[in-house]
Ligand binder design. Structure first.
Ligand code: GLN
Length: 254
């Protein structure tokens, strides 16, 4: 299914992060190497990034393949950021095909992406949907399982839960109802929080910053694979990986 990537580090151009690497997100849109489900990611793409001094990120999303949008390549060449989240999409059948369903989803300072699917959506999620007040339910960004997951997670964040706790709780709640793949990626521009739950996830951390991604964008040997059923928390210079089942009551890194 989809491929996604988050970055924290010294300001770097979107082109350098997403388009230039030999096996970066652009290449992964037609030739992913570690994707466990699906073949190509040509049903849209999106990038979100933070500008210095503004806590609310900008987004660029389209319903076309990343390779089919020369305007994005042009913007990406001259746009640098210290915090980026981007994704290429392979749409789950029965979900909205337009750009509203292309990650990243956003709410205030947050950017979110989901790689995976909820089996039996929407019927299998009836009891979870009932948790959401009407304004949140009707305000979901799109008609897709990922938007519901983001609605559930963002409600927990607004209620004051830590990012790690919000992601881990939703993985646990959905897994209690149905099967699915629930690789989440979340950032507020300062911390990255991610789950590995059904598909591949890797990280790399060094002088050029931290990258958390569905798969390595090159073969430099500094990538670490995250075990399935893990929760990852990262800053620009540190990464922590633990089993999802551990209780997440406190922020891990800050
Ligand atoms: N279910 C989500 C969608 O339709 C994510 C799909 C994916 O990971 N390929 O967009």
């Amino acid at each position: 299914m989809c491929r996604h990537l988050a970055f924290l580090g010294p300001p770097t151009s979107l082109a350098e992060l997403l388009l230039a690497p030999e096996h970066g997100l652009l290449k992964q849109s037609w030739a992913p190497r570690r994707q466990l489900h699906g073949t190509v990611n040509a049903d849209g793409f999106g990038a979100g990034w933070y500008a210095a001094g503004d806590p609310v990120p900008a987004r660029y999303r389209r319903a076309v393949p990343m390779w089919a949008d020369p305007s994005f390549a042009d913007v990406a060449r001259v746009t640098s950021s210290a915090a980026v989240l981007a994704a290429v999409r392979s749409a789950t059948p029965g979900t909205t095909p337009d750009e509203s369903a292309a990650a990243p989803y956003a709410d205030g300072k947050w950017l979110f992406s989901h790689n995976g699917r909820i089996e039996g959506w929407p019927h299998s999620t009836q009891t979870l949907v009932a948790q959401l007040p009407a304004d949140r339910l009707l305000g979901l960004e799109s008609r897709v399982d990922s938007a519901l997951l983001w609605g559930l997670i963002s409600a927990k964040l607004d209620a004051g839960e830590t990012a790690g706790n919000a992601l881990a709780t939703v993985v646990t709640e959905v897994s209690a109802l149905t099967t699915g793949r629930l690789n989440f990626l979340l950032t507020d521009g300062v911390t990255i929080t991610a789950t590995a739950a059904g598909d591949s996830l890797f990280w790399r951390c060094g002088p050029s910053g931290t990258v958390v991604a569905s798969e390595p964008s090159d073969d430099d040997g500094n990538w670490h694979e995250v075990p399935d059923q893990s929760l990852l928390t990262a800053t620009a210079d540190r990464v922590d990986v633990r089993p999802i089942s551990v209780e997440w009551k406190e922020p891990i890194l800050i």
